[in-house]
Design a protein around this ligand. Structure first.
Ligand code: GDP
Length: 524
């Protein structure tokens, strides 16, 4: 054990925010960045989304569609802790990207619009978080508007998501009548409109009530809230840190990101309660402690052309052990080759700065010239370290793709290679003709691909939809190219493994009937 390193690791909090689009993820992120002092005024992150702030020209597509396509990383210091926020795209077509991002965090914050409750995308993302088994903290947002009954909202967590919600605070009024928060965890009331900033909090007495001479003590909203608190005290769940860490219980906080109400209280509790980076399983069976002396990490995201002026490519590494330093020599586990990490950056809001110090939990951006792939493990020291592979979604939508201008093969291939390495889409080749076929989980992935090919690689592409297809891999020893037809197109994946793209489940059954001895698998 390395005490000094462990102290640093224990100061890290690395999390992702998940939400249905428009629940307020961007707004709450921005408030946190404000609290962390990395941005000076509200509107910076927001503006990026609306396009006044050109972080990257291809975010144009986000602007046009009003959705968040990328996941970005933001780091800041707060109350002696180093916070890493990993943003995730809200749109379901990018769930694979979100999935990979969730592999790199130790906790998740789930933002819910209190007027809408749990929406479809929240449900989907939650499922992923659950599989990861990481703790989830819930923020019920938009309290400044009339929303659903708080008791309903908490009950819905259990009914729809199957996770017990435990209230950490409770609204006093809502919308027009909102007065504040009854802060159960901190034993105080937080006022929505304090007379002055120094008197934001009212203390509670032993019985957990306001003394009669306090403002609000005879306010009808407050009295209603007290009735509900009594109900909760009788029947509500009790906070259980173990259950939270095991992902069985979620602490619930109410607030309003837009009016910056309850966000600080939330962040303080989160920083206290969320886990520091933990050990990882490596080489299938070994446990690697975060304070192990030797550096290790894995690449969960690659993004080209984040900065249109530089046209560079960044590989995002989640550090899992040891300490990063400039010029560190590591081994790339996939190839066994040495790589020197000379040029690494971290992300403070929109700015990139040279990494000063990075330990387990931190995210480091490496300038990449094509060495890295998503899921790669890197390690210093002699002992090989390989992290579990990142999950891959099997694509369901397919497109045939070719350059519009055959004279521009070079830029077509360059763009194609880079975007495939990023994991933006999957690439297949027709087994016979070698034609390019792209696979994706969602339609929007193709649109982003096409847009980026044009804008970043100056390559107009022709795309012809093959529609929904069922991908099934076949053992090469059993393969006879004559098995292929238009209803079960034979292709190979980027590693050369053969698979069929069936038109539908019916075509797959037909194939099974015809070739009963041939075994097909859903994934390799
Ligand atoms: P995202 O898609 O989850 O990132 O959501 P945004 O942060 O972009 O918010 C979506 C919309 O909801 C924006 O118009 C925000 O101004 C608004 N919004 C966010 N938080 C609040 C809030 O607490 N109260 C109200 N009234 N509106 C909010």
């Amino acid at each position: 054990m390395n005490k000094e390193l462990l102290d640093k690791v224990n100061k890290r909090r690395t999390f992702a925010i998940i939400s249905h689009p428009d629940a307020g993820k961007t707004t709450i992120t921005e408030q946190m960045l404000l609290l962390g002092g990395v941005i000076r005024s509200a509107g910076t992150v927001k503006a990026r989304k609306t396009g006044n702030y050109a972080t990257s020209d291809w975010m144009e597509i986000e602007k046009k569609r009003g959705i968040s396509v990328t996941s970005s990383v933001m780091q800041f210091e707060y109350e002696g802790k180093r916070i890493n926020i990993l943003d995730t795209p809200g749109h379901q077509d990018f769930s694979e990207d979100t999935y990979r991002t969730l592999m790199a965090v130790d906790a998740a914050v789930m933002v819910i619009d209190s007027a809408r409750g749990i929406e479809p995308q929240t449900k989907k993302l939650f499922k992923v978080v659950r599989q990861r088994g990481i703790p989830v903290f819930t923020f019920m947002n938009k309290l400044d508007r009339d929303g659903r009954e708080p008791l309903d909202l908490v009950a819905e967590l259990e009914d729809v998501l199957g996770i017990e919600g435990v209230a950490m605070n409770w609204p006093i009024g809502m919308g027009q009548t909102m007065k504040g928060l009854y802060d159960i965890a901190n034993h105080r009331i937080e006022l929505y409109h304090p007379a002055d900033a120094d008197h934001r909090f009212l203390p509670l007495n032993e019985a957990g009530r306001l003394d009669p001479d306090q403002p609000l003590a005879d306010d009808p909203q407050y009295l209603d809230t007290m009735d509900e608190i009594e109900l909760l005290e009788g029947a509500g769940a009790e906070f259980d840190r173990e259950a939270v860490l095991a992902g069985k219980q979620t602490p619930v906080f109410f607030g309003s990101a837009l009016t910056n109400f309850g966000v600080e209280t939330f962040l303080q509790s989160f920083v206290d309660l969320a886990p520091a980076p933990a050990a990882h399983v490596v080489n299938e069976t070994e446990t690697l402690a975060p304070d192990d002396d030797e550096f290790s990490g894995f690449i969960f995201k690659i993004q080209a052309n984040m900065n249109p002026q530089h046209r560079d490519r960044i590989a995002f590494v989640r550090v899992c052990s040891g300490e990063f330093s400039k010029g560190l020599d590591v081994t790339l586990a996939r190839t066994g080759k040495p790589v020197r990490l000379n040029n690494a950056v971290e992300f403070e809001s929109s700015a990139r700065v040279q990494v000063s110090e990075a330990v387990a939990g931190d995210i480091v951006g490496l300038y990449d010239t094509g060495n890295f792939q998503i899921g790669d493990s890197i390690y210093a020291g002699k002992h090989k370290v390989e992290f579990a592979p990142l999950p891959e979604f099997t694509p369901e939508l397919f497109m045939r793709v070719s350059p519009k201008n055959v004279m521009k093969q070079k830029s077509f291939h360059k763009g194609m290679n880079q975007l495939v390495q990023e994991g933006a889409v999957q690439l297949y080749r027709n087994y016979q003709t070698e034609d390019y076929i792209l696979g994706a989980v969602g339609q929007l992935q193709f649109e982003v691909f096409q847009y980026r090919m044009k804008n970043e690689y100056n390559s107009d592409v022709e795309m012809t939809s093959l529609g929904h297809r069922v991908a099934r891999w076949i053992d090469p020893d059993q393969l006879d190219p004559k098995m292929s037809s238009s209803r079960n197109l034979l292709v190979k994946d980027r590693f050369g493994n053969p698979l069929f793209l069936f038109e539908n489940a019916f075509a797959e059954r037909w194939f099974h009937d015809k070739y009963p001895d041939v075994k097909l698998t859903e994934k390799l």
